[in-house]
Ligand binder design. Structure first.
Ligand code: CP
Length: 300
């Protein structure tokens, strides 16, 4: 049975734990696995990317494989070829397929017709590869994830949703603070077997109380540009700065999936200072995704 990674809920808690352990091993010994020797992995980008593209492309090379980067405007998809036919053809050449799309349905349809694992590299609702790197970063910094309180400040977007899904599966107690109209759904279905919890707040100070890490993301994500002014007005006050970190647990650090807008959702002092693990988090994309690729292409 082909295993896909579309939301993160495809993993059990035990598999997620093992994946993070394996990612740490691969971080220590980056060239120790040749699981993709003689294999190619396709990467379809319908939207821009810096971290995802580089971390996947370099990671695939480190695993002995070859990355085939496919811009959507260069594919026959852009001229109306069916997603089903694209999936059937790519399955004949590739060992796995990553997709960044402006529609969750596109990734789901590709997976439905694909004989190879399909990986969600960002959609409007989910960013599960980012969440894997986030959990790896938290594990490195804090040790066990069970009962670890983490705050997310700002828009309840795809990054927040994936952190909630995979974080609670890993045992994190996630507190999300958002203004009205930008909240993560209180009815978000959390994966079965998760040991953590999700709480929703309005006040950032309330969410960060006791938190070991304080996460934020941009106020205007890709695709939200038409409502940029309204979003900036609503999210003003949901900024991670030194004062907010002071209200969190002693030694708390900031996280951000990047790209950042210093002065908006995060202060420049925090982004480039010592109270963050943001650049480590960006590196961890590669190690976490290598462990994911190992799991998916080795599945029976
Ligand atoms: N965090 C993230 O997905 O970055 P990119 O958009 O640069 O890939």
């Amino acid at each position: 049975m082909t295993r896909h990674f579309l939301t993160g809920a495809e993993l059990t808690a035990a598999e997620l734990d093992a994946l993070l352990v394996r990612a740490l091993e691969l971080k220590r010994a980056p060239l120790s696995s040749r699981v993709l020797e003689g294999k190619s992995v396709g990467l379809i980008f319908q939207k821009p990317s810096t971290r995802t593209r580089v971390s996947f492309e370099v990671g695939i090379g480190e695993l002995g494989g070859h990355a085939v980067v496919l811009r959507s405007d260069e594919l026959q998809l852009s001229r109306g070829e069916a997603l089903r036919d694209t999936a059937l053809v790519l399955s004949r050449h590739l060992a796995a397929l990553g997709v960044r799309s402006d529609a969750d349905e596109t990734v789901q349809e590709l997976a439905e017709h694909s004989a190879i694992p399909v990986i969600n590299m960002l959609t409007p609702l989910h960013h599960p590869c980012q969440a894997l790197a986030d959990l790896l970063t938290l594990r490195e910094a804090c040790g066990s994830l069970a009962g670890l309180r983490v705050a997310f400040i700002g828009d309840g977007n795809n990054v927040a949703r994936s952190l909630a899904l995979l974080g609670t599966l890993a045992g994190i107690d996630l507190a999300v603070a958002s203004p009205p109209g930008y909240t993560l759904g209180a009815d978000l279905p959390l994966p079965a077997g998760g040991r953590g919890s999700l709480s929703l707040h309005a006040a950032p100070q309330e969410a960060v109380a006791g938190a070991r890490a304080v996460y934020t993301d941009v106020w205007v994500s890709m695709g939200d540009e038409s409502s940029a002014a309204k979003r900036r007005a609503a999210l003003d006050g949901y900024r991670v700065d030194d004062a907010l970190l002071d209200a969190a647990a002693p030694g708390a650090f900031a996280m951000h999936d990047l790209p950042a807008h210093p002065g908006e959702e995060i202060s420049a002092e925090v982004l480039y200072g010592t109270r963050q693990r943001i650049w480590e988090q960006a590196e961890n994309r590669r190690h976490a995704q290598k462990a994911l690729l190992e799991l998916l292409v080795s599945a029976p």
